[in-house]
Ligand binder design. Structure first.
Ligand code: SF4
Length: 360
């Protein structure tokens, strides 16, 4: 059963730097300091609607471990009785990779924090420098090592498309990160938000954001590599919050409310292209995938099928959801010929986002 995550935002609190892309107030829509009473009341309210699902509490938005220790204590203390009684199952915090040491990690672990989400953004030092991050890729490696040694889970956030980044560089960042063993990933293609340094660079013509198509091409590879490595990607693209809809905080960049579906759809398009190459022009194909994958495979307005029909000249007679198929499987048939395949086994991308035609 899915857990309920109660999110608290501590926008920009504890941040020793101002990253060029970040305006936490725009993202969280909230800037007042959290009080103990507010924490207790909010968790209670969420618990009332959680049914029997377990409740996790998360602190997002700032650099938790750079807050003064008495403030960290003040935020975590009201949750301790709830942890002891089992009303809250676990805690998570987000922080910067260079804001951790053994002492801070032990402090978090002793107070029930199970997962730390790191703002990695890139594993390229030049990109990190241009983004004003103030840390290096080596800090990410050290942070992973400290947290893993303490038996904690680690989440990582990556941001393709920052100044100085390239498609190959963004993919290479993920490929350097995966061996460190992240337990989950978030992928947020860089968006130009109002009031940020990135918006100033963009207005001056010194920064060109990714297009939606460009970002989708990168993110499909990142999603695929993560899936092959067995790492869960819990978010791709910024949350379609009401603040964005109402306030128009996005100035430019690859922002799309269905960004993840576009990226997943490209993976399935690439797989279907490979599988269809085994058939001949004019063949009328029946395709089956798990019901959960039908919309990814077909694409918006049948975009994936139309592209393949135009290119390979096969015809899709029917695409259906087949409950007995696994989430990664596909079956394509025409007459007596049937091809069964698996996206994780068949599809590989090289560092330039091209499908690797060799069988992995
Ligand atoms: S991205 Fe993170 S570290 Fe950078 S300014 Fe925003 S909250 Fe602070």
């Amino acid at each position: 059963m899915k857990r309920v995550i109660v999110p608290f935002f501590i926008p920009h609190q504890g941040c020793p730097h101002q990253c060029v892309f970040c305006d936490q107030r725009a993202i969280s829509g909230k800037s007042a300091p959290l009080t103990e009473g507010e924490i207790v009341e909010t968790v209670g309210r969420w618990r009332a609607f959680s049914a029997s699902r377990s409740v996790e509490v998360a602190f997002y938005g700032g650099t938790f471990t750079s807050l003064p220790i008495n403030l960290q204590e003040r935020l975590l203390a009201p949750l301790q009785p709830m942890l002891r009684k089992g009303e809250v199952s676990s805690l998570r915090v987000s922080t910067r990779p260079d804001a951790l040491d053994m002492e801070r990690v032990s402090f978090l672990r002793d107070r029930g924090v199970e997962l730390v989400e790191l703002g990695v953004q890139s594993m390229d030092d030049a990109v990190l420098r241009m983004a004003g991050r103030g840390h290096l890729a080596a800090h990410c490696e050290e942070a992973f090592s400290l947290l893993k040694c303490a038996g904690m889970k680690v989440g990582a956030q990556l941001m393709p498309g920052l100044p100085g980044d390239t498609s190959a560089g963004a993919i290479s960042s993920l490929r350097r990160l995966l061996p460190l063993g992240p337990d989950l990933l978030r992928i947020y293609p860089a968006i130009v938000l109002k009031g940020t340094e990135l918006a100033t660079l963009y207005a001056a013509g010194r920064y060109t954001p990714l297009t939606i198509d460009g970002a989708v091409s990168i993110c499909k590879v990142m999603l695929h590599d993560a899936a092959v490595a067995g790492v869960r990607v819990i978010r791709v693209g910024l949350h379609h919050s009401e603040e964005f809809a109402a306030g128009g905080e996005v100035v430019a960049g690859p922002y799309h409310p269905a960004f993840r579906q576009l990226s997943e759809g490209e993976r399935w398009h690439d797989l279907l292209t490979l599988v269809c190459a085994d058939f001949s022009a004019g063949d009328e194909l029946e395709v089956s995938v798990s019901p959960a994958r039908v919309s990814d495979l077909v694409g918006q307005k049948r975009f994936n099928l139309r592209r393949i029909e135009d290119r390979i000249r096969v015809r899709f007679r029917r695409v259906r959801g087949e409950a007995s198929l696994g989430l990664d499987e596909i079956v394509v048939s025409c007459g007596s010929m049937t091809v069964r395949d698996n996206i994780l086994k068949r599809l590989r991308y090289d560092g330039s986002m091209n499908v690797n035609k060799e069988q992995p």
